[in-house]
Structures are given as structure tokens and as C-alpha cells.
Design a protein around this ligand. Structure first.
Ligand code: F6P
Length: 331
């Protein structure tokens, strides 16, 4: 076993429900091996500005059910400068930190890889982002909660859409991927799902959206119609898409941008369990001497994946559901 006395931990990038559960698992696991845990505040900014505190067991009491992150999060452009990673590594060295755990998405892991070039200790990543767009793990921490949050909102929109027999476009987060849109769209029974992986939409080609709407109206008459749209699927965004559709078919289409509500809230059970498992696994793998790996879960089993490969986008949205949705949507 590698001798580790002190671990640093930070949460970086978009916060995700379950990050607190991961922090808790890291603290409790480390404490069981007599390892001290230093929590850096506001992501990498805490490393650059030496803003940190020792995390004791009582600091992680009653946080497993809380959204957000007790360590705060941030995006940190200063880490992308030449000096940034050097300063971050110097802080770790000065504080006698043997290993660092970064909870975040692939952008945060890129930062970790830069710091590693100047840091003699070990680094492990824990995937925490609602987007689920990280390779090497079936699910990221926060994704399951984001689906349920989006679903709850879409169900409510369906009620009013039904009452008015309106067409609604609901925009969900996901950065450049459609994991949340596909899952929430399927679970909500959306008539159409649009995400970057399914089609590259342009302003001049709306036919693929309009034809199924007209088909549904022919078949069912005037009725509610929900289109779930992943952000960044259409130039100008979902409001622009709703306007373009309104013009093209002469029926009012309403847009609803769900936004940051999807990042908040108490983590669902699946996220708490995943976060606990991956946080604990990360500490144990550091003790095994692992470095520059991500602690993930594949087919229910914990597994390591090289940090450098987490952004390669090899993980695809469910092809079965994509095919089924397209088959049903266009019939
Ligand atoms: O990565 C999480 C996420 O919520 C994305 O889904 C979204 O594109 C982005 O962060 C929004 O970032 P910000 O809160 O910095 O606007």
C-alpha cells in the first residue's frame, strides 16, 4: 500500500447533485485509513489562491442529501495560463499533499492532467456532471437526478400543453450531448427528441421536425405535442427554433428553457450510491498507488479509466432508444 498522509479534494466545473455525497465518502474513507483531507474551495481557484480547509468527519455530517457542493465550484480560466498549473502544483507541494481527488467533468480532468506535469503526487478523478458526457463510466454523478428533475418539469408542461392543445419545445442541458434529453424525453413520452447526436439541424432544413408534427395532427387532430431539445442543437437556440417552426407551419410553438434548475436539488438514491461508491473507490485506489485514473462504474462494477481518455467521446447515447424514438416519431 502507498503511504498517503494527506489528500486534497475539490469540486470543479458545473456542480452536480451527489457531489456532496462524494466528498462525504472521500472524507469518511480517508479518515478510516488515518488520512487527513484538505478541501479546496471553488474548484481550482482554491488551489491557486490557497483557499482551503481541513475536512473533519463532522463537516460531512448530513450532507449526503444536499445538492450543490459544500466546497463550492467554479470554472477557472486562470488554470489555463502557463503559470496556473505550476502555481496549483506548488500549493499542493507546500501543503504536503500526497494526492489530489478532482470531482468534475472532462474539462476538470484536463486541468488535473496539466497540474500533474508539475506535481510529484498522485491524482484521481471522480466523474461529477449532470451531462453524463464522460467516457469510462456508464453514468456520472448527478445525471440520474437531472433526468428526474427535467422529467418532473416536462410532466407539468405536458399538463398545460394538453389543456391548450399546444406545441411545446422544452430545452434541456447537456452541453454538446443528448444524454439528458434522450432519457428525459423518452421517460416523458415526448413526441420528438432533438439532440446533437441525432441530427445536425440548420435553419434552412426544418422538414424533419415539421413532417412528424403534421402527421400527428392528421392522425390525432389538434392535441398537445412535446419536443424535447438538447441545448446547442439549433443555431440561435430553442427559442429561435420555436419561432422558425411557428412561421413555417403557422401554428404557435412555445419554447421553455429549463436551465439551471436541472443542476439543483437533492440527489436521487442512485446518485448518492454512485457518489459514495466512486468517492470511496478513489481513496482506495490512491492507496493502491494509482495515478491519473478516473474512478468510474461500468456494468455495476467499479473500474479505473485513464483520465487522458475521458474526453474522447466514445460513449454514445442509447442506440436502441434513438432508433425506437425515430421510428415512432416519424410513423
Ligand atoms: O456541464 C454542466 C452544465 O450545466 C451544462 O449542461 C451546461 O451547458 C453548462 O454546464 C452551463 O454552464 P454555466 O453554469 O457555467 O452556464
Amino acid at each position: 500500500m502507498t503511504r498517503i498522509k494527506r489528500i486534497g479534494v475539490l469540486t470543479s466545473g458545473g456542480d452536480a447533485p451527489g457531489m456532496n455525497a462524494a466528498i462525504r465518502a472521500i472524507q469518511l474513507t480517508a479518515a478510516s485509513y488515518n488520512i487527513e483531507v484538505i478541501g479546496f474551495k471553488h474548484g481550482y481557484r482554491g488551489l491557486l489562491e490557497q483557499d482551503y480547509k481541513t475536512l473533519l468527519p463532522h463537516h460531512v455530517d448530513n450532507i449526503i442529501q444536499r445538492g450543490g457542493t459544500i466546497l463550492k465550484s467554479a470554472r477557472c480560466p486562470a488554470l489555463q495560463t502557463v503559470e496556473g498549473p505550476q502555481i496549483a502544483a506548488a500549493t499542493l507541494q507546500q501543503l504536503n499533499i500526497d494526492a489530489l481527488i478532482v470531482i468534475g467533468g472532462d474539462g476538470s480532468f484536463r486541468g488535473a492532467l496539466e497540474i500533474a506535469k508539475h506535481f510529484a503526487g498522485q491524482i484521481i478523478g471522480v466523474p461529477g456532471t449532470i451531462d453524463n458526457d464522460v467516457d469510462g463510466t456508464d453514468h456520472t454523478i448527478g445525471y440520474a437526478t437531472a433526468i428526474d428533475t427535467a422529467l418532473d418539469a416536462i410532466d407539468k408542461i405536458r399538463d398545460t400543453a394538453d389543456a391548450f392543445e399546444r406545441i411545446f419545445l422544452v430545452e434541456l442541458m447537456g452541453r454538446h450531448s443528448g444524454f439528458i434529453a434522450l432519457s428525459a424525453g423518452i421517460a416523458a413520452g415526448a413526441e420528438q427528441i432533438i439532440c446533437p447526436e441525432m441530427a445536425q439541424l440548420t435553419a434552412s432544413d426544418l422538414k424533419s421536425i415539421i413532417t412528424p408534427i403534421q402527421h400527428a395532427q392528421l392522425l390525432r387532430g389538434k392535441t398537445s405535442y412535446l419536443i424535447v431539445v438538447a441545448e446547442n442543437s439549433y443555431p440561435g437556440g430553442t427559442t429561435a427554433l420555436a419561432d422558425a417552426l411557428t412561421q413555417a407551419i403557422g401554428i404557435e410553438c412555445r419554447a421553455c428553457i429549463l436551465g439551471h434548475i436541472q443542476r439543483g436539488g437533492s440527489p436521487v438514491g442512485a446518485d448518492r450510491i454512485l457518489a459514495t461508491k466512486l468517492g470511496a473507490f478513489a481513496v482506495e485506489q490512491l492507496l493502491q498507488g494509482e495515478h491519473l485514473q478516473m474512478a468510474g462504474e461500468i456494468n455495476g462494477a467499479v473500474s479505473l479509466y485513464p483520465l487522458a481518455k475521458t474526453a474522447e467521446r466514445t460513449k454514445a447515447i442509447d442506440p436502441f432508444l434513438v432508433r425506437w424514438q425515430q421510428q415512432v416519431g416519424s410513423s
